[in-house]
Design a protein around this ligand. Structure first.
Ligand code: PLP
Length: 392
């Protein structure tokens, strides 16, 4: 079945369960009444599938989890309260029987670095960073550092680099290292990392999957090997999404492939227009034949679906000129998220990459004149008109 069909059918329209929720769907019920004690006993013993308590499972969350597992072609999923919670839970599951060391792409979401260093570090988890786009460097780091997990993003922020997931998966599988992929930017419409050999896929569903900027959430999709651990842990530590958020996320996903196709089209049109503007120094978009990862992009992404993120440098601009450009925007929303239906813009220099040391910014190629757009579903003419008047 195609992703567009799965988005509107998978996980939905099930016959009601026999147990009666103590409150009404959206299943806000914290607990369920069983037919008799023997049934509750079977549910607690995992001999019978059923509902007892919402920290273990909830029908609204179950539907969302089935849907997202289906989109990613995974064994099963867990809906979490945020993308960061999903990342932390995925790491705990991956490292249960592996060395407590994480090899992480250098080019990664800022809060992910804080999670590794400030939250997990004090508990003994060690982190080392690597250039994930340099497969040979990853191989050398895997052999020297001997991590339990490798953590990468399908499309990096804000310079839109694409690591070779298939090559990384082969290296990891040869060494019993878990490959965890944050697929937030690419979404399962573009890349399904489990099909490329990853063990666990993580999403911030706050972004493209939810899509409307109104719901914080995260999802983990796992292979069969990690599924039981993921659920067993979550029954105890309860990182779970609330049922209202699960409902809103599922509602958002119904139109996610449509939105994403439009966002990819708009982003490609915007990138093409930007390349012709004298005020624009460099444009970062995955359709560029001169992109440093173009061979990988050709293998991993479907033709013409290159994502909704476009970054560009304003020629000769320092911080003050970038501020002035951003302040002149009238339609594009200046806010720190992405993936919403409306076009959004972020200035990485003062926001997502504020705490990245200058020498690391230089090594990445991140400059003071770079802005990052998350292109929305508006008419692209209106997005371009807004950016044109702001560039002046
Ligand atoms: C936003 C984001 C996260 C964190 O997700 P939250 O839902 O904000 O907790 C993780 N990874 C990437 C790539 C993101 O864009």
């Amino acid at each position: 079945m195609k992703i567009q069909t799965k988005a509107v059918h998978a996980g939905d329209r099930k016959r009601p369960q026999q147990q009666i929720p103590v409150s009404t769907p959206v299943h806000f019920a914290a607990s369920w009444i069983c037919a008799d004690q023997a049934e509750q006993d079977r549910i607690f013993a995992h001999e019978q599938k059923g509902y007892a308590y919402s920290r273990y499972c909830n029908p609204t969350n179950d539907a969302l989890e089935e849907l997202v597992a289906s989109l990613e072609n995974g064994h099963g999923a867990l809906a979490c309260s945020s993308g960061m919670m999903a990342l932390q839970h995925a790491l705990w599951c991956a490292l249960l029987e592996r060395p407590k060391r994480i090899l992480c792409a250098r080019d990664i979401y800022g809060a992910t670095l804080k999670l590794l260093y400030d939250v997990m570090g004090p508990f003994g988890f060690q982190t080392e960073l690597v250039d994930a786009n340099d497969t040979a460097a990853v191989e050398a780091a895997l052999d020297r550092f001997q991590p339990g997990a490798l953590l990468v993003e399908t499309i990096s922020n804000p310079l839109l680099r694409v690591p070779d997931l298939e090559a990384l998966a082969r290296l990891c599988r040869a060494r019993n290292v878990a490959l965890i992929v944050d697929n937030t930017f690419a979404t399962p419409l573009l890349v399904r990392p489990l099909e490329r050999g990853a063990h666990l896929v993580v999403h911030s569903s706050t972004k493209y999957l939810g899509g409307h900027g109104d719901t914080l959430g995260g999802l983990i999709v796992s292979d069969e090997a990690h599924f039981e651990t993921m659920r067993r842990f979550s029954r105890v530590n309860g990182p779970v999404m609330g049922p209202m958020e699960a409902y809103l996320t599922m509602r958002g996903i119904k139109t996610f492939p449509l939105r994403m196709e439009r966002q990819c089209q708009n982003a490609a049109a915007l990138a093409q227009w930007l390349r012709q503007q004298p005020q624009v120094e460099r444009v970062f978009y995955l359709d560029d034949p001169a992109h440093p990862d173009s061979a990988v992009i050709g293998r991993l992404l479907p033709e013409g679906l290159y994502g909704g993120m476009v970054s560009f440098e304003i020629r000769g601009a320092r911080r003050a000129e970038v501020f002035a450009f951003l302040d002149r925007l009238k339609l594009c929303v200046r806010a720190t998220s992405l993936g919403d239906v409306h076009t959004m813009v972020l200035y990485p220099w003062i926001a997502s990459h504020r705490d990245v040391p200058p020498e690391q910014k230089a090594a990445m190629g991140l400059r003071e004149n770079l802005v990052r757009f998350s292109v929305g579903i508006e008419a692209v003419e209106d997005i371009i008109a807004d950016i044109r008047q702001a560039l002046g």
